[in-house]
Write a protein that binds this ligand. Structure first.
Ligand code: APR
Ligand code: PHB
Length: 389
């Protein structure tokens, strides 16, 4: 087999890249370890920056998102018994789109299928080779046979645990990481959201987030101990704890119901530099991870794909190497700003085990400054709705 761009990983990064490349006549093959159903079973965040919305439209997969997604003009913060709203539209004329990552991935899979794109599932032992030559290739096992895919370039879109990042020599790779001393216990319930917009709550019992997927599908999270297991939490225990962490009127109007999904995710900040080695380019979770507090995981993957797609387009259609040569530098410049925002949101909204009384006062001062200061609100609105690519 041969293609121009071999893409390892059929999650949002790999599929979005494949679809965008297709719009510019560039051939790719996606090698995915799991089945399509497994990939689509993942429950992930659903707040899209304007840049991501534009990329989906450019890839020709924006129609259902525009029809079924929800435009949010702002978001809400609750702390110390009070709640305030940041009005993105009024402050900076921008909004976000609430549309689940599962639906983004589904739309991309459908578009790949409709275009006759090659997405190979159930590939194991995917291994990139000769990345430091002008003739790289990828080997993998599928249907009981070993296959070889020759290519010009390899896009490592295989997530945090994939093989691509490991293909960069350890003496070349620099990794930056912070892990957080808590997790997020999240549930999905077929109930109406507690509010029209998201509520980020810093309570004396810990963080809570009220989100949604549609008018009858709600997503809630509470900060939990890393030692917790979803089985430690009955639905009633979850709802009781959520009520204690959100504003009283929200708690009173909360509609509860059976959870249709319940899971715990650890929180991590992580960046790998560089994001290119020879003919290998990392994108999305393969190169970086953010704590979910800022809803930036998918959006940062999208900005990587914006830069990588631009690089491949300029290479193949204009004979210009600068886009690929500067990919890592351009992607990382935006990634670090997103890392900062995600770290700041996580630091201000959670209770840390070793937090002093002074630390708590600093959190409340940060949130009071955000509540009272238009410049601070504009800065948050810019970061939350997405800085320009
Ligand atoms: N071979 C082939 N595919 C692999 C391998 C492998 N060895 N290892 C992982 N994969 C696949 C995974 O099965 C997954 O479908 O790579 C894909 C990576 O997808 P994601 O982990 O979703 O990462 P990405 O596409 O960059 O999307 C980032 O997903 O995890 C969320 O919060 C994250 O919202 C962000 C988004
Ligand atoms: C979600 O809806 O899953 C979600 C929304 C916003 C976040 C994190 C998760 O910051």
């Amino acid at each position: 087999m041969r293609t121009q761009v071999a893409i390892i990983g059929g999650g949002p990064s790999g599929l979005l890249l494949a679809q965008l490349l297709h719009t510019r006549g560039i051939d790719s093959v996606v090698l995915e370890r799991r089945s399509r159903d497994y990939v689509l079973s993942r429950i992930r965040a659903g707040v899209l920056e304007t840049g991501m919305v534009d990329l989906m439209t450019r890839a020709g997969v924006g129609e259902r998102m525009q029809r079924e997604g929800f435009i949010h003009d702002g978001t809400q913060f609750a702390y110390d018994g009070q709640m305030f709203r940041i009005d993105f539209a009024d402050l900076i004329g921008k909004t976000v789109m609430v549309y689940g990552q599962t639906e983004v991935t589904r739309d991309l899979y459908d578009a790949r299928e409709a275009a006759g794109g090659v997405v190979l599932h159930d590939c194991s032992g995917v291994t990139p080779h000769d990345l430091d030559t002008d003739a790289p290739f990828v080997t993998f096992l599928r249907d009981g046979a070993v296959h070889r895919l020759d290519c010009d370039f390899v896009a490592g879109c295989d997530g945090f645990h994939g093989p691509s990042r490991q293909a960069i020599p350890t003496d070349v790779r620099r990794e930056y990481e912070r892990t957080y001393p808590f997790g997020w216990l999240g549930i999905l319930s077929e109930t109406p959201p507690v509010d029209d917009e998201l509520i980020y709550a810093n309570s004396d019992r810990g963080f809570a987030l009220c989100s949604m997927r549609n008018a009858n599908l709600s997503r809630y999270y509470i900060q939990c101990d890393l030692s917790d297991s979803p089985d430690d939490w009955t639905d009633d225990a979850f709802w009781d704890e959520l009520r204690r962490r959100i504003p009283e009127d929200a708690a009173d109007s909360l509609v509860t119901g059976p959870s249709i999904e319940k899971s715990i995710a650890p929180l991590r900040s992580f960046v790998c530099e560089p994001m290119r080695w020879g003919r290998l380019f990392l994108a999305g979770d393969a190169a970086h991870i953010v704590p979910p507090t800022g809803a930036k995981g998918l959006n940062t993957a999208a900005s990587d794909i914006h830069y990588l797609f631009d690089g491949f387009d300029r290479h193949y259609n204009q004979g210009d190497a600068e886009g690929l040569d500067r990919y890592s530098e351009r992607a990382l410049a935006r990634i670090w700003k997103t890392q900062r925002f995600s770290w700041w949101m996580t630091s201000q909204l959670h209770r840390f085990p070793d937090q002093s009384a002074f630390d708590l006062k600093m959190q409340q001062a940060e949130l009071a400054f955000l509540r009272d200061n238009t410049a601070a609100q504009k800065a948050l609105a810019e970061a939350y709705t997405g800085m320009p690519y």
